[in-house]
Structures are given as structure tokens and as C-alpha cells.
Design a protein around this ligand. Structure first.
Ligand code: FAD
Length: 698
């Protein structure tokens, strides 16, 4: 029931890729419908808000980036609240709710949100609503949607508490110190929400009562798609259910396609970070033809740039969308005649979207083809709000109903299994729903910015002056219910096409690197804050890098080899590398180079395992890197616990990094003869001291 007078709350967001911002905007939008007024500000816009004097409820939506760091635009905010001299009642006047976004594939899940939450509590601020920890690894909406749904009642309550302090005390006693929504007989909806939050929330440092999250929730296990359901067809009970569908996202962009003569070549990539266009001077297929995944190494000539990298840094590769897909999308949108027309964007004057802004990543005068090639992530998985908007542009009744189901609460499982898990794109949806004809403006409103892809440097500039290597597996998406033909990852697919002529010429382009015919890649440096060789060469270290996770360690070892050559009298610590892959003969990446490092003493211990090869002797062989770590538990413990050494882990975040983490906890527990909780604390300390570092990706 809407409030009669619009009550205000402050809505702060700290966004890196735009997700937190989009969610904050959604909250702002919904606020209106619920009779509230959200004053929305980016955390960096410190002139627009003042927490020191804020008396209305504050809602914070913040993401986490990199290795648990705050988004750039939240850095100052976090720094500000962490000021050590602030008294413990500094924010005693504040009541707030926080929605933290993160990805459980990374070790520091929702770290920025948790840091802010903890610090605000230390400074006396109070929750008026339980903190939400939304996980991009399984779908943010699993937490975000119910969290927003319950927010309105919580704000309403926060207001009534403010006007009646006794009531507040009573409510706190009833709801627990975190102020999670009260469970009262007259408020079933809120009680339901509380149960939902309890089920899906991450374990919260501040709320020991909340259970541990099930990180794979929504991916598998409890949810299944009924047999017989497909992207376009549902079965009972969903096909007969009454549906709760999300609100229609407000339109805010007006697009005109203008027939001018501007040529695409005049444009620079929209992202200024893409400073450097560098030639590819070598390409090598590291895996054998019969390997499950194709691993490629690329060498870039960076001698003409100012790029200065250290092993452990990554580079950002700015890639276009697949040209065939862009063309297909243009055709599907019925805009084939206008592919070279200039896209002119304007904010709609009648928009209901709060704080609407034109996307900064669409340059003026870009052509339609350029927009879809370089600016929009056309492969991003359509969110439920996007599906909801598509309903209104669909004429066929059965298709309309199916789109409604897919974005509805009741159709969540179908959405997860048929849209999100197989990574369907908007093009694949449009091909599956032929009567759906959305305008271009909807795609610009709903598709995020095409992001560069990061790759760990797999070389040292001491060893290969003027060159930068990186290694990747070509990502393959198989056929499925909504995808008639298999496809490749945006960047890895593009790179593999780009270099296929080089591969055919035995790895090196036949021409001068400056020649216009040599393939070039736009890159930017993505320096790592901590993932570097120990500054003291005597410090022993362990590297765990199965598959392409070995990439940064090749850089480490090349660097170390050069250092040893140049400083023969220096004492160098032990170096251990744990590598693993499926088959020794098919994908033992850098085998010759690693064996050479062992021979010359740069790498003191190389431990390898092959998960799909039959063991050589009667003894079971270690299958995965964590098994090998266990076999060398005493050395691992000695290096980490007695010799102040380091451990680096790189590669797959989904399984390997978690398993290695668990193994480390076990090793530490056994070595120190402490229980799991104590061992976890020791491992967390290693992490805090930067003795345990991860560079992992999903
Ligand atoms: P996209 O089109 O972006 O598709 C990838 C997405 O598809 C992911 O969400 C993935 O989970 C999902 N996916 C993958 N395979 C399937 C499948 N078969 N079915 C369904 N979904 C699937 N990668 C490397 O190979 N080497 C590196 O050295 C490396 N270093 C990195 C360093 C950092 C700091 C980070 C953040 C990432 C790194 N990555 C690395 C990952 C890399 O950035 C890309 O994500 C990866 O190459 C895929 O890019 P893409 O555009 O080809 O795939």
C-alpha cells in the first residue's frame, strides 16, 4: 500500500561494471511505486550527500572487484569510513541497509560490502534491514529480487521506529540485533521474505544466526527443469500457473538512425583504456589437436608502447563482438539497410526512469554496426527485466506467455536452466521467439557495455624484452535447447580467428610487424596489486597453476631465471610448481620450458598430475593439484608456517581454487594440530599478510 506522503531515503551505489548502479536505479524506480523517494548518488559524488548529517534511512548497493577490492568509485568512501580517528559513535545517528554484490567464484566474496558493513557497525550505525549478499556466480537476482521486495516494508518500519523510539527498542528485541525484517502475524509477506533471505544469504560476519550459503544454489541440486520443457515450451504446473512477473523497465532512450556519410574507420574504440594497438608477433598452439580444450599462446610486440609490466600483472584485451553475429542481429532487428547509419541517442523526455543517463560508452556518431560490434555486450545473458520488456514486443500469444514465464517468479528454475546456465544471448532468444521484434533502443537500454577480457601475462620483460605473452583456452559453448549451432567465447573466439593465418604460417607472421596486414590487438595493462614475486629473492614460494593457470608462473620463472643469471652470488629461495591437466601428452603446457627451468635450478620442484591418464604403477596417482599438495603437505607447511614463504594460486575459480583452499586448511590443521576453525583463521592470516595470493577467474 503506497504511503501518502513520499518519504525520502538516501540511496548510495558503488559500481564497477554497472551492475550495482543498475540495481540502485531499479530500487529508485520501484521506490516511486511504493511511495518513497530515493535520492540516488554514486558513492564518489560526495558533494551530493553527507552521511555525517543524514537522518533518513540509507540504502547502500556496492559491488566488489578484483581481488576483493572496492570499485574505483567507492574507494574514497571506504577510505573515509576507515579513518582510524573516527569515534565509535560517529554514525550512531545512521540507520542503513546494505546490498553487497560479489561472485562466490572468488575468494573474497562481497568483501567490499562486508568491509563497509562491519565498519559502519563499528561506528555505531544500525541496520534497519538484513544485509543481502548477492552472488553473480549463481545469479544476482536470487538475492537481489527478494531483497528489494522486502526493502519497502523495512523502510516503512524504519520510519515508524524513528517516530517512536520505544517501538524501535521493542522491535529490535523481537527481530534480533541485525534488524532483519520482523516476523509478525500480520505481515506474512515480510516473514516469507525473511525465510527467503535466511535461505539464500551468505553467512554474515555480523549475523552468526544466518546459515552458510549454498554457493551453487540455482545452478544444480534442488532446482531442476521438468523433463519436456524447452526454451520455447513449458509444461505443467508452470504452463498453468498464475505468474508474478517483474515490473516493466521504464524506457529512457530515444534512438534515431541517421543516414550520414561518417565512416566507421574514423572512430576509436570507445574505451580510452585501450591505448595500445600492438602487433601479434607469434602464435603457438600449446595443446595437441586431440585435447579437450585448445590452448593458445600469443606474443605481442609492445616495444612501441609505454607498457611496463611485471610478471603477475594482467592485460586487458579489447575485442569486438563476432561479426557474423552482429550481422545476424542487425538482420533480425530489421535494420539491414541502416547498418552504416549513424546512431543518435537522446534521453526520452517522458521517461519515468530516475537519474536516467545516456550510456557513456556509446560514442557520438557511431554507426549501428559499430555500436553492436564494439560498444554493447550482445552476448550478455538477458536479465529477467529484459525478458519482461521483450514480452511487450511479441505478437504471438504462445511466445508471449513463454517469455512471461521465463521472467516470472514461478519460472525461475526454467530461466536458470534454459537461459542463464547455457549463457543464451539476446540473438539466440530472438531467433527462438520469431514474433518478438524489439526496437534498437531496448537493446541499448538493456545490454551492458562490452567489457575487455583480462589475461595474465605469461612472460617476463627481462626474458623477452619488448614482448608480452599470454595464454588462453578457446571457450566453447555447445548446442542446446536455445542454440542451434555451437559457438565460441567472444574474445577467445575472436583471437583464435585473428591468429589462424599466423598458426598456418608456423607461428610467425610472414610480414614486418608494422605491416598493416599483421593482426593487431588493442590492449591495456591491468596491474596486480600483490600477485608478484616476493621482493626478497630468498623467500621460498609455491605456485599452484593447473591448465592455463600456469601462465603467470611462466612469467615468474622467466624473471627468476634472469635474476639468477645476473646475480650469481644472491641466495634464492626454493620454488615449487604444482601443475595439472587432463592428459600428459595432450595438454602439458610449457612442458619443455618447465623441464628446462628444473634442469637449470630455477624451479626446484615441479609436481605434475594428469587427471585422465591411467596411473603408471600399482599405486593410485594424484589426480588434481590439491592431491599433490597433500602428498607434499610437510613441505607446504614448512614453507608457509616456518619459513614465511608464499603460495600463489592461479586458474579456475569454480573448482580448483576452492579445493586448494580446503586442502591448505587441512594441511595447516594437521601441521598445527588445531581444529578446522583455527586452521581457517591461520589461512585467513596468510591471506591478509599477502603470503597466500590468488589470481583466479571463472
Ligand atoms: P565469453 O564470451 O565472455 O564467455 C565466458 C563465459 O562463459 C563465462 O561466464 C564462463 O563461465 C562461461 N562459459 C565458459 N564455457 C562455457 C560453456 N562451455 N558453456 C556455458 N558457459 C560457459 N583466461 C585464460 O584463458 N587465461 C588467462 O591467463 C586468464 N587470465 C585472467 C586474469 C584475470 C584477472 C581475469 C579476471 C580473467 C582471466 N581469464 C583468463 C579469463 C578471461 O578473461 C576470459 O573470461 C575468458 O578467456 C573467456 O572470454 P571469452 O570472451 O572468450 O568468453
Amino acid at each position: 500500500m503506497p504511503c501518502e506522503v513520499k518519504t525520502r531515503f538516501l540511496l548510495l551505489y558503488g559500481s564497477q561494471s554497472g551492475q550495482a548502479k543498475a540495481i540502485a536505479e531499479e530500487i529508485c524506480q520501484q521506490a516511486d511505486e511504493h511511495g518513497f523517494k530515493g535520492d540516488i548518488c554514486c558513492m564518489s559524488e560526495s558533494a551530493k550527500y553527507n552521511l555525517e548529517t543524514e537522518t533518513d534511512p540509507v540504502v547502500i548497493v556496492v559491488s566488489t572487484t578484483g581481488d576483493g577490492e572496492p570499485p574505483e568509485k567507492a574507494l574514497q568512501f571506504v577510505k573515509g569510513i576507515r579513518t582510524k580517528t573516527l569515534p565509535p559513535d560517529h554514525y550512531a545517528h545512521l540507520c542503513y541497509a546494505l546490498l553487497a554484490l560479489g561472485d562466490s567464484n572468488y575468494a573474497e566474496f562481497c568483501k567490499c560490502g562486508k568491509t563497509i558493513d562491519k565498519r559502519l557497525q563499528e561506528l555505531g550505525a544500525k541496520h534497519f534491514y538484513a544485509t543481502g549478499h548477492a552472488d553473480d556466480g549463481v545469479g544476482l537476482e536470487l538475492v537481489v529480487d527478494p531483497w528489494i521486495e522486502g526493502l519497502w516494508e523495512a523502510i516503512r518500519k524504519a520510519y515508524s521506529n524513528m517516530s517512536d523510539p520505544n517501538q524501535e527498542r521493542n522491535d529490535r528485541a523481537r527481530t534480533g540485533q541485525n534488524g532483519e525484517p520482523a516476523e509478525s502475524a500480520d505481515n506474512k509477506q515480510v516473514a516469507d521474505l525473511k525465510i527467503q533471505l535466511l535461505r539464500i544469504n551468505d553467512s554474515n560476519d555480523l549475523s552468526p544466526d544466518l546459515p552458510e550459503p549454498s554457493l551453487d544454489k540455482g545452478k544444480s541440486g534442488t532446482e531442476t527443469t521438468p523433463l519436456g520443457a524447452s526454451l520455447t515450451t513449458s509444461i505443467s504446473p508452470l504452463s498453468e500457473s498464475t505468474l508474478n512477473i517483474p515490473a516493466l523497465p521504464p524506457q529512457y532512450i530515444h534512438v534515431e538512425l541517421m543516414n550520414t556519410t561518417t565512416k566507421e574507420e574514423n572512430f576509436i574504440p570507445p574505451d580510452q583504456e585501450a591505448e595500445h594497438q600492438v602487433p601479434v608477433t607469434r602464435a603457438v598452439q600449446l595443446s595437441r589437436e586431440d585435447a579437450v580444450k585448445t590452448a593458445l599462446l600469443l606474443e605481442l610486440d609492445i616495444s612501441g608502447t609505454h607498457i611496463s609490466y611485471q610478471p603477475g600483472d594482467s592485460l586487458n584485451v579489447f575485442c569486438p563482438n563476432n561479426s557474423g553475429e552482429v550481422e545476424e542481429l542487425i538482420q533480425r532487428l530489421g535494420l539491414a539497410e541502416m547498418r552504416e547509419h549513424c546512431v543518435h541517442l537522446q534521453l526520452r523526455t517522458d521517461t519515468k526512469k530516475k537519474a536516467a543517463q545516456l550510456p557513456s560508452y556509446v560514442p557520438e556518431k557511431s554507426t549501428l554496426k559499430y555500436l553492436l560490434t564494439w560498444c554493447l555486450e550482445i552476448r550478455s545473458i538477458p536479465k529477467k527485466a529484459f525478458l519482461r520488456a521483450l514480452v511487450d514486443y511479441t505478437t504471438n500469444a504462445a511466445e508471449k506467455r513463454r517469455l512471461q514465464e521465463l521472467c516470472s517468479k514461478q519460472g525461475s528454475s526454467d530461466y536458470n536452466h534454459l537461459v542463464r546456465d547455457p549463457n543464451l544471448s539476446v540473438l539466440e532468444l530472438l531467433l527462438a521467439f520469431p514474433s518478438c521484434s524489439p526496437p534498437l533502443s531496448l537493446l541499448i537500454e538493456q545490454l551492458p557495455k562490452l567489457r575487455p577480457r583480462s589475461y595474465s601475462a605469461a612472460s617476463s620483460s627481462l626474458y623477452h624484452p619488448g614482448k608480452l605473452h599470454f595464454v588462453f583456452n578457446i571457450v566453447e559453448f555447445p548446442q542446446c535447447s536455445g542454440r542451434a549451432v555451437p559457438r565460441r567465447g567472444v574474445c577467445t573466439g575472436w583471437l583464435s580467428e585473428l591468429i589462424s593465418p599466423i598458426l598456418q604460417q608456423h607461428g610467425r607472421p610472414s610480414r614486418d610487424p608494422d605491416s598493416a596486414l599483421v593482426p593487431k590487438v588493442s590492449i591495456g595493462l591491468r596491474p596486480s596489486t600483490a600477485f608478484h614475486l616476493p621482493s626478497d629473492p630468498a623467500v621460498p614460494f609455491i605456485m599452484v597453476g593447473p591448465g592455463t593457470g600456469v601462465a603467470p608462473f611462466i612469467g615468474f620463472l622467466q624473471h627468476r631465471a634472469k635474476q639468477r643469471q645476473e646475480n650469481p652470488d644472491t641466495e634464492f629461495g626454493e620454488t615449487w610448481l604444482f601443475f595439472g591437466c587432463r592428459h600428459k601428452d595432450r595438454e602439458f603446457l610449457f612442458r619443455d620450458e618447465l623441464e628446462h627451468f628444473v634442469e637449470n635450478g630455477t624451479l626446484t620442484h615441479l609436481k605434475v598430475c594428469f587427471s585422465r591418464d591411467a596411473p603408471k604403477g600399482p599405486e593410485p596417482a594424484p589426480k588434481y593439484v590439491q592431491h599433490n599438495l597433500c602428498l607434499h603437505a610437510q613441505d607446504v607447511a614448512r614453507i608457509l608456517l616456518q619459513q614465511n614463504g608464499c603460495i600463489y594460486v592461479c586458474g579456475d575459480a569454480k573448482n580448483m581454487a576452492k579445493d586448494v583452499n580446503e586442502t591448505l586448511i587441512e594441511i595447516v590443521g594437521k601441521e598445527l594440530t588445531v581444529d578446522k576453525l583455527e586452521a581457517m583463521k591461520v589461512v585467513a592470516e596468510l591471506r591478509d599478510k599477502k603470503c597466500y595470493m590468488q589470481d583466479v577467474w571463472a
